[in-house]
Design a protein around this ligand. Structure first.
Ligand code: SUG
Length: 454
């Protein structure tokens, strides 16, 4: 396998689909629970996502998009016993099982950090980039993403010489896998060896361990270990760290709500890990052994920002990115600027003495109200030049693609969507019309099942 020291991190953001709505579907995700039943604005949601992608691209970070999935998922509703024409299926589901209909309409594939776990070529035994779509076994609306995710990843990373695609893990709760939201890669250079840190919420099989008392721990140790095995990772450069169950009970449903890493920087809350400082020491040690370098740890303590405040602001769900001229920037939700204590921490960090050189705030209110911040919206894929040349070009964000996608959103997306609108057959028609046009814009052919079924 050809190895190439020069590699880039590309952010693949989930494009928000036309059915983005608030149904309170995600248990243990406080923002989703809070906004359930309120009216959403899919157009604004998609434009906010695009504006974030544009900011990253303008900062010099490579940026691409992942297409939204086909929703409403009429096939799911049929599998669950709703019959008749498409309009009848939607109407019956609305009458008999409105939350199942909401799940079948969820635009949740926008949170691409949960799409898959990706291990770059520099870390794997066969020198290929390995991708495992998450099974998202914890929730129906998320679990139904896995096939569409696998199809999108195969369409974009089609070359089997450099990309290895695995099936998602069996979807038993004991193998719950939520993808890259619980996975952090640390390295000196993207193309060099990395330490892959898997953060799990609970151990599902065998003896004990601590578990949260209130909310579910979505990611299991057994799932994380299976993904590491599939990817052929070197044990010495692979770490399994338990998330703090008490933090899950305060609303940290994924590790990326309380920790983010990039290259040699780890930015985290003091209460992120079950083992506390010992876990950080283990990560630091593994990093030093793998790279010969020193990990730069940026800890925020409970006294400065409580776990509850971290959940409320999404301070750690920021994107930590390397800029072309060597600086490091943090892309934060604007909620972090609005809250005084998080703003002060950020001012302190960029004021000197920390590896973070600049902070950029982004407005993502529509996604945030469902518990998805800047980091949730992107899947990071490290690609060498050689791999980049073998990746589908149509999804890379250029000025032109940004303009086209913005126009496409303005033409197709509604500005108001309530739960009663989900059974509207016109919404199904509009969504399919929009996706049909999108496949042309992105050069993806007949990508969606409805296109192939005619
Ligand atoms: O799985 N929200 C998503 C948010 C995912 C955030 N991702 C990361 N942290 N990486 C979830 O909880 C809400 C959908 C609703 O309520 O309709 C939702 O699924």
């Amino acid at each position: 396998m050809k190895r190439d020291a020069v590699a880039y991190e590309v952010n693949f953001d989930g494009l928000v689909g036309p059915t983005h709505h608030y149904a309170g579907l995600a248990y243990g995700n406080l923002a989703s629970e809070k906004h359930g039943g309120t009216v959403s604005n899919p157009r604004q949601a998609a434009l906010q996502g695009l504006a974030k992608m544009k900011l990253l691209a303008d900062l010099g970070v490579r940026q691409a998009v992942l297409p939204p999935q086909e929703r409403p998922d009429v096939r799911l509703l049929r599998r669950l016993g709703f019959a008749g024409s498409d309009a009848e299926v939607l109407w019956r589901a609305r009458r008999e099982a409105p939350l199942v209909l909401a799940a079948a309409c969820s635009a949740s594939s926008m949170w691409a950090a949960n799409a898959a776990t990706v291990s770059p070529a520099a870390d794997t035994a066969d020198g290929r980039t390995h991708l495992t779509p998450a099974n998202l076994a914890s929730h129906l609306h998320r679990h139904i993403e896995r096939e569409g995710t696998a199809a999108a990843l195969k369409a974009i990373f089609a070359d089997e010489v450099c990309f290895a695609h695995h099936g998602s893990l069996p979807a038993a709760g004991q193998l719950g896998d939520e993808g890259a939201a619980n996975h952090t890669r640390l390295c000196r250079e993207y193309g060099g060896p990395g330490v892959e840190v898997f953060v799990y919420g609970r151990r599902a099989m065998g003896e004990g361990g601590r578990t949260p008392g209130r909310y579910p721990a979505r990611q299991t140790l057994e799932a994380s270990m299976a993904v590491a095995r599939l990817h052929g990772l070197e044990p010495a450069r692979t770490l399994f760290v338990q998330q703090n169950p008490a933090a899950i009970d305060v609303g940290v449903f994924h590790n990326d709500v309380i920790c983010v890493g990039n290259r040699d920087v780890l930015f985290y809350h003091g209460a992120a890990f079950a083992e506390g400082a010992k876990a950080v020491e283990a990560i630091r040690g593994a990093y030093a052994r793998a790279t010969g370098g020193e990990l730069r740890c940026v800890e925020v303590k409970e006294e400065e920002v409580s776990v509850g405040e971290a959940v409320g602001s999404y301070l750690f769900n920021s994107q930590l990115v390397s800029l072309p001229e060597g600086k490091t920037a943090l892309v934060c939700p604007q909620e972090c600027r609005e809250q005084e204590r998080t703003r002060r921490v950020l001012e302190r960090l960029v004021g000197g003495g920390s590896p973070i050189d600049a902070v950029h705030y982004v407005e993502l209110r529509q996604s945030m109200q469902n518990g998805g911040g800047p980091a949730c919206l992107r899947l990071r894929v490290v690609l060498t030049e050689w791999e980049l040349e073998r990746t589908h070009r149509g999804v890379f964000l250029t000025e032109e693609l940004f303009e086209r996608l913005s126009g496409w959103v303005r033409r197709w997306y509604r500005e108001r969507l309530g739960l009663d609108d989900l059974a509207d057959p016109k919404l199904l028609e509009e969504s399919r019309g929009a996706l049909e046009e999108l496949t042309e814009i992105l050069g993806l052919g007949d990508f969606y099942p409805f296109q192939r079924e005619g």
